[in-house]
Design a protein around this ligand. Structure first.
Ligand code: ADP
Ligand code: MG
Length: 458
């Protein structure tokens, strides 16, 4: 086999083992640059540095294994950036979307026929791992879910996944449910519910004296998936019922998977014993996708739809739409609509689409809304922020509040200082600059600010 054939055969093997979007994002444009027979080293070329590091970190073992299967003289693989190769093949130059795209569900862009939710499990077959891009922001959550799928009820129990709105929690949970319910000949009974549904069921059961039915429904499963658990906190009867359900399942080694918009410790109304149950399992977060991941997601969605689009349009969207994946999809869908019906978008139109999609949330908020949200987020009294308190634990919340008043509302520094602890304007400037600088270096801080912003605009 010459290097080209060898690589083609290797990719053929790899393709069977990783998801389609990940394959086309990371490996499709790779090449076998060189096979050094004397040293047994194969040199794999990738279009850019990011892809090179990504592939080295995630797929090295797989690549080496697959190559060795075909050529046992290969002992190691190294990676280089291909020079003079464009990232995107020429075929994605501006082409119109074919008119015959099937009718789609507005949110998912998949043909409507594929969207039947199974009434027994509440699982939607649209959510699969095939369409789920794994990147630095969700790697941990993805790995944890895969571990659970491989050892249902045995490994990470409960598995608690948290992250902001539109970052893929439901997708991940549903995909796990779909996979588990197909494994072992479909013997695992999976039940997916939102916490709202659980609350409604309990309330209904109490009112109609049908608690036994509800208990049976939730305890008679192998895998219970509860989405957005944060809403359960503080609702005494429901929380208690959930606690009993949790224990009953847990004692029988049934798998519990939970999602939330924040970690257990940050759900103020959650009862201590439930919190400690959650913390006794595995906790994984999903953070905000970076530029490369946003671009990879856009490319994968296009590929899924089979519709080409100018790569400049994609990079523009990926650069500008930073909030979450749902918004990315929303913008992409609108752009595709324009391509289909209006012959395309220019930069001006594109920015218009981006602004209108991302500004749905930009309702009018006041300084007190921001301060209140920050106080609630950190579980400190509002007055600790607004009065001259020197407590150590309010230093960060107050700085964040100052930052947000400037960032979101463009208030003047003297005004901000006055509102938050009667400080002078230099304190406010310092706080803004400090947080602003740290944002680029501290992902945890970034995450906090994003979550607070989301809640401000909810
Ligand atoms: P959440 O439950 O966290 O609010 P969703 O799971 O509803 O978020 O995700 C929002 C949208 O983004 C969905 O359409 C989902 O399919 C898509 N999405 C989220 N994460 C990914 C990903 N990693 N790869 C591809 N699509 C994703
Ligand atoms: Mg969700």
């Amino acid at each position: 086999m010459n290097p080209k054939e060898l690589w083609k055969a290797t990719l053929g093997e790899i393709e069977l083992q990783i998801s389609k979007p990940n394959f086309s994002t990371w490996l499709k444009n790779s090449e076998l640059v060189e096979r050094n027979e004397r040293e047994g080293v194969a040199l794999v070329g990738l279009p850019n540095n990011f892809a090179k590091e990504w592939v080295r970190n995630r797929y090295h073992k797989l690549i080496l294994g697959s190559l060795r299967n075909l050529d046992s003289s290969i002992r190691n693989v190294d990676y280089v950036v291909l020079t003079g190769v464009r990232e995107v093949p020429a075929r994605v130059a501006t082409t119109k979307v074919p008119a015959a795209t099937p009718l789609t569900d507005e949110r998912s862009q998949l043909p409507i026929t594929e969207l039947k939710v199974d009434p027994l499990t509440n699982l939607n077959p649209r959510y699969t791992f095939d369409t789920f891009i794994v990147g630095s922001s969700n790697e941990l959550a993805y790995a944890a879910i895969q571990a659970v799928i491989g050892a249902v009820g045995k490994k990470y129990n409960p598995l608690f996944i948290y992250g902001g709105v539109g970052l893929g929690k439901t997708h991940l949970l549903q995909a796990a449910g779909n996979t588990i319910s197909k494994n072992v000949g479909g013997r695992n009974r999976v039940l997916y519910v939102s916490s709202e549904k659980f609350i409604n069921d309990v309330v209904w059961a109490v009112r109609n004296k049908r608690m036994e039915d509800v208990k049976k429904k939730y305890r008679d499963v192998d895998v219970l998936i509860i989405d957005d658990i944060q809403f359960i906190g503080g609702k005494t009867t429901t929380e208690l019922e959930f606690f009993y359900t949790f224990n009953a399942l847990y004692e029988h080694s049934k798998q519990i998977i939970i999602s939330s918009d924040r970690p257990p410790a940050a759900i103020p109304t959650l009862e201590e014993r439930l919190r400690s149950r959650f913390e006794g399992g595995m906790i994984a977060d999903i953070t905000y996708p970076d530029y490369e991941m946003r671009l990879a997601i856009l490319r994968a969605k296009l590929q899924e739809l089979g519709t080409p689009l100018d790569d400049k349009v994609l990079t523009h969207i990926a650069a500008k739409v930073q909030k979450n994946i749902r918004e990315l999809e929303g913008v992409l869908n609108k752009v595709l609509f324009f391509h289909q019906h209006k012959g395309g978008v220019d930069v001006k139109k594109l920015d218009e689409i981006i602004n209108e999609t991302t500004q749905v949330t930009a309702k009018n908020v006041s300084a007190s809304d921001v301060i209140k949200t920050v106080a609630e987020f950190f579980e400190v009294p509002i007055t600790d922020l607004t009065q001259r308190s020197r407590k150590q634990e309010v230093v960060e919340p107050r700085q964040i509040a100052m930052f947000l008043l400037r960032d979101l509302l463009k208030l003047s520094y003297p005004h901000i200082g006055e509102k938050l602890g009667k400080r002078d304007h230099t304190t406010a400037i310092h706080a803004y600059e400090k947080i602003n600088k740290e944002l680029s270096q501290n992902p945890a801080l970034n995450q906090k600010i994003m979550l607070i912003k989301e809640r401000v605009y909810k």
